[in-house]
Design a protein around this ligand. Structure first.
Ligand code: PXG
Length: 293
């Protein structure tokens, strides 16, 4: 892109090179903040209200007061897409605790900062959408909800980044994370599904996962298409012996997994149900969302 991007920060649209926050911002100093990754397709922002509701819920959980209303935040996202002339794109909404001092006490941060960036997204190669991709299980366990609830989409992503480093080392694009008891939770930036005997299974929220907006949409689309969906705990044994496996996320959309820890899943190709759900997902995102202009 030759034209400079505009970034929204606290009521202003600044160019990408001007858009800066303080080194005293507790988002930087402590990962004290929350965020969302949102997509737009065909001039419409997908599930915008759900993303705004989720960032407000994450903020509430960390006792962070967002200085604008939900309605205003929806307008910020739409306007940032519009200002950047992006009918398709990825946006990052970030709310940090704001400018404070070097102590960790959030009371020193008088006002939270709201940032919205709209840019391109780096996708998995098309070949992976067609043929599926390999993943590994990370030795890094998912945060326990009693320590830092994975439902909070916070700026503290080290748990996930540590697992992603293991994926990088193994030469794959995603890593699966387990609970400390070995229950399957989710990947570093995607929710996980398996298919067995025609039924779709995905871990329930209480195992300690982010309640993915793509996850919820895919579950809804599966049910609409007559596919049974069950939220149920499962282990690596169930995953290795599944007929199909796929991941969902704003960035990844729906992507088939054909190998886990070197075990071939099902027939080792993108399965029928995964392919069907990918197709209905693409149909849905073309037609639905908050209009950009
Ligand atoms: N689990 C986790 C831990 C996530 O971070 C999802 C599931 C999927 O949620 P949605 O609502 O998007 O369906 C996410 C989303 C990336 C990237 O670069 C991914 C996410 C956040 C930021 C970047 O892949 N996560």
């Amino acid at each position: 892109m030759s034209k400079e991007l505009y970034v929204y920060i606290d009521g202003k649209y600044l160019t990408k090179s001007e858009a800066k926050i303080s080194v005293y911002d507790h988002g930087l100093l402590y990962g004290d903040g929350v965020f969302e990754g949102i997509r737009a397709y065909n001039n419409k922002v997908l599930k915008l209200e759900e993303h705004v509701n989720r960032i407000f819920a994450s903020a509430k959980a960390i006792d962070l007061q967002i200085p604008i209303s939900k309605k205003e935040m929806i307008a910020v996202v739409v306007n940032t897409y519009s200002k950047n002339n992006r009918p398709n794109g990825y946006s990052r909404l970030v709310v940090t605790r704001g400018f404070g001092d070097l102590g960790l006490n959030p009371l020193k941060c008088k006002v939270a900062s709201v940032i919205c960036i709209v840019d391109d997204i780096s996708m998995y190669p098309q070949e992976m959408y067609d043929n599926g991709m390999p993943i590994i299980t990370a030795s890094q366990r998912r945060n326990k909800a009693v320590c830092l609830d994975p439902q909070i989409k916070s700026l503290n992503y080290l748990n996930n980044i540590m697992a992603r480093i293991e994926a990088n080392r193994a030469g794959v694009s995603e890593a699966l994370m387990l609970t400390s008891d070995g229950i399957v939770t989710e990947c570093t930036g995607d929710n996980i599904f398996i298919v067995k005997d025609g039924v779709v299974y995905t871990p329930p929220i209480h195992v300690g996962i982010l309640e993915g907006i793509t996850r919820n949409l895919v579950m809804e689309l599966a049910i609409k298409n007559g596919i049974k969906v069950v939220e149920k705990e499962f282990t690596l044994y169930n995953l290795y012996n599944a007929d199909e496996c796929f991941l969902t996320g704003t960035a990844a959309e729906v992507i088939s997994v054909t190998k886990v820890d070197e075990r071939v899943i099902g027939a080792g190709v993108a399965g029928e149900i995964s392919k069907k759900l990918l197709a209905v997902f693409h149909e849905y995102v073309r037609e639905n969302g908050t209009p950009i202009k």
